[in-house]
Design a protein around this ligand. Sequence first.
Ligand SMILES: [Zn+2]
Length: 382
Amino acid sequence: MLKTHKIALAPNNVQATQFAQHCGYARVAYNHALADFKAGLDEKVWRSHIELCRRFNVIKYEQYDWCKAMSQCVSKNAIYTNLNDAVSRWKSGQNRFPKFKKRSHHKSYQADSGRGSISVVGKRIRLPKIGWVRTFETLRYLGTICKVIISKQGHRWFASILVDTFVDDPIPDPRGKPVVGVDVGIKHLAVTSEGQYFENPKALRRHERKLKRLQRQFSRKVKGSRNWYKLKDKIAKLHYRITCIRNDAHHKATTAIVKGASRIGIESLNVAGMITNHRLAKALADASLSTFLEMLKYKSERTDVKVVEADRFYPSSKTCSACGVIDSDLSLSDRTYHCSACGHTQDRDLNAAINLRTVAEGHSETQNACCFESRFIGVEIL
Ligand SMILES: [Zn+2]
């Protein structure tokens, strides 16, 4: 089983500079080979990644003599993996034609030279040309290291380590665990039919004022000046912090939900449609609900828990969980669901979660819900 562990690194100043140089080398190799590939297309010659790499190797010590101090697997990986992937995605019609990488682009490079070429011992990782670098954690999985990608996020360097584990995880016994419906939203990140509430950290909103202030200061600085770079780093650091807060809440909630369920019912989100509502757009982006559901899905898959997705037009918030009547007058501000037919009163999110559980149990006639008018989709999940 392939698993990735992303570990924060604690390089010294020399090593951090070497990381940045290697990222630069990967970018140069990628751009050179891409230019070469483009030139080939103009001459009606198709150059494969092997050919491109060979041609780059011929000229690299003359044109880029500084690269002698770098690990040479970096340029090979940039052409063999990154450029080759980009070209094949373009060839199959999946993506547009690859672009040149900018200096300001996300910094990363692939450091390994194949399976088992990099070793991790305790809280240290050994990278080609750079040597032993301290890490913040020990590697979580036992197995062969297949791939190591070094990248920078905010002010911090990371190593994403792909491990081929020796043993697969034991699949937990689903017996005795309930079927769980999960309703996601802005007020609460997730509410389960078991009555569990997971708070939405509203990471962006908490730091919005600080971020705005920094951005305002940044706009007044002379581009390229020392203070300009200082503020740029500060902003990147704050963005990184916001992402961390969000990810932490997502991971904790999804793990807790998957651990306590034998089957999960969720709604299918139309986020693109919802984001057109300007008043909600920012709050929705802050909660990043689709990432949450994706996380829930891959974690369920790992532990063999089935995920049932309700039909896109299924009115999970507007249906009464007691008698099944649909109340189309329910507005976004109604936090409590009150059924006019049977008098059932319940928290709005909990009511929706119970409906989604019913879908997962396979009792609800979701196909009938298709005729439900599409004007409700936008607000359905909230
Ligand atoms: Zn009812």
